[in-house]
Each structure stands twice: as structure tokens, then as C-alpha cells.
Design a protein around this ligand. Sequence first.
Ligand SMILES: [Fe+2]
Length: 267
Amino acid sequence: MKRFPAEFADLLTAKGRRILDGRDTSVSGALLDPARRFVSLQGVVDATRAAACRDALDTALNDTLVRMEDPIPFDSISGMTMNYMELLPKTVRVRTALLENRRSRSWRAAEAVGLTTMLRSDTFAAFAASVSGRVLRRKWGIQVLCYGPGDYSGPHNDHHPEEVEARDGYVDMHVSLTMPGVDHQYLVYEKDGHLSEMTRVSTVGGITVYRLPFWHYTTPLLARRGKEDQSRRWVLLGTFLDAAPQARPSSTVPPPGTGARPPARGT
Ligand SMILES: [Fe+2]
């Protein structure tokens, strides 16, 4: 039944492997540039293999997902007392797999298709370390999201000021596995104080790597006409904290070729 390879490296194209090995200087360490919070990569995951993984994932997990919904607060307009003082908290509608709970149906299904093994593989973290240019902590978070027609996430920044380990920034890596019934979905993100940048995320095997926090949102997924039932965008996520400066090497994932380099701080 397993469909995902045990190592993320085995999904990659030659271009993807160059990035993994730190041989693509245009991508390796790209997120060390403080002006660059986001990298979108195409042609790094083999499209045929990605489509096979996507179909196995859709078959195994679609019935196991849990809806995550935070609408606009009902009193966000009626509760206002001053002009132009509207506030919008993060709004979202998406489905998610509960991969942290080993007793969940999602976890068992993800295990059966080999997804959890791949998301826990060394090369999955090594790819994030390569693009981010940082030494990452070996224990990382994994998650699966599924956007159906009309699903989206509203403007938010993913800042976690209450968490000491995350408040100076952290790295997220997303792999998109989009079904053919999807017309489009975009990520809109901040540049120079405006939500003016936009990139299509409804890809098959596109990888996006983020140095959070920064402002962004995901537009509503639009289905092709008559294809709503087969219109889903699956997202495989890894969330990586920076390794502590004195962390034991065995507890870290360094960028390729820079094993001895300390984590970049304050950049
Ligand atoms: Fe986000």
C-alpha cells in the first residue's frame, strides 16, 4: 500500500537534488536574506511521482480529515464604535489530518501510505535547511492540510511571540499536491508593507519555503466547473525551529556543506 518513498530525496528531480546537496547557489541559503521571506520552487519534485503520491493520499486520507473553521467574528462590524477601527483576526476554512495523535484515523492512513515516514525523513529536513541556510532542530512538526472548493486562509502572520524558541523566526516548508479538478489557488504575501505579491500554489509538487513570521494569505480554492468533487489541494507541511547555538550536532540538521557553521542569528 505504501506510495510515498521513505526518503524525501527520492521524490526529487535532478534540480531538486542539487538544492538538497547545496549545489544550487541561487536557492541554497536564499532565506538568509532578510528581505526574502519566501521561496517558491518548481520542477524540484518529479511530477509523475508526485501525482501518484497525491492520488494515494487522496484515497487514504480524504475521509479521515477534520474541519478547521474560524469565520469572521459575528460582531466584527456591529461591535464597532469608531470609524475605520475594524480589526480582523485570522480567519480560515480548511481540513486537516491529526498526525500528532497516533490513535487517529488520519495517522493510521498516513502511516499506511508511507507519508509520515517521508515527512520524518532526514532529507525532508535537509531540504528545508538548505533553502533556509540555517541549522535546524532535528525534532520538527509535521502536518497535512487539504483545501477544497472555497477553502482559504485570511491574512495572518504566524508570529508566536509567546514561544521563546519561535519568536525570533522559524522555517515552514510546504509541498503542494493539487488535483486536476482545481482551477487555481494563490498565496498573497507582503512586500514593503503591502500585500502586493502573489504566487500560484495550486501546483503538483511545487515547494514553498517560508521564513516566518510575515503577512500572507491563501486565496479561496477555485474548482474547475463541474469538477468540484475532484477539486482538492493537499499540502504537506514541516515546521522547523532554529537550532540553539550550543545544540549538540546530533540534535540538529545543518545546511549541506556547512555542518560546522553556527546557526545564523539576527539576520
Ligand atoms: Fe500561514
